[in-house]
Design a protein around this ligand. Structure first.
Ligand code: SF4
Ligand code: SF4
Length: 95
């Protein structure tokens, strides 16, 4: 079963997970947890679309469009000196 979240581009297919725990280790926002067999999405709304989980997943169980959303908003804010905003207007994002 594919897990999708409208708030971000993060997609996770637990059927492909081999249980290596890399996503749990590298995610800076604790989006994934390990249930003893495979990864579980526990805080999907906390994803800032940095791309680290996809880069480190050996099973191609995760896809995310890095370079959009909150992570990119923070980079843009640093570059422009302005307040970070990803434009989602949800009020509970990570900007
Ligand atoms: S893209 Fe980054 S913040 Fe989102 S789940 Fe993956 S590692 Fe965590
Ligand atoms: S990095 Fe990929 S294979 Fe490893 S636990 Fe996470 S989803 Fe599963």
């Amino acid at each position: 079963m594919l897990s999708c979240y409208e708030e971000t581009t993060l997609r996770y297919d637990p059927d492909l997970c081999s249980g290596c725990e890399m996503c749990v280790t590298v995610c800076p926002h604790g989006v994934f947890a390990f249930d003893g067999h495979r990864a579980r999405l526990v805080k999907p709304k906390a994803c800032m679309e940095c791309g680290a989980c996809q880069l480190n997943c050996p099973s191609e169980a995760i896809t995310v469009e890095a370079g959009v959303g909150c992570a990119q908003a923070h980079i843009n804010a640093i570059l422009t000196g302005k307040k970070p905003t990803c434009g989602c207007d949800s009020g509970d994002c990570n900007c």
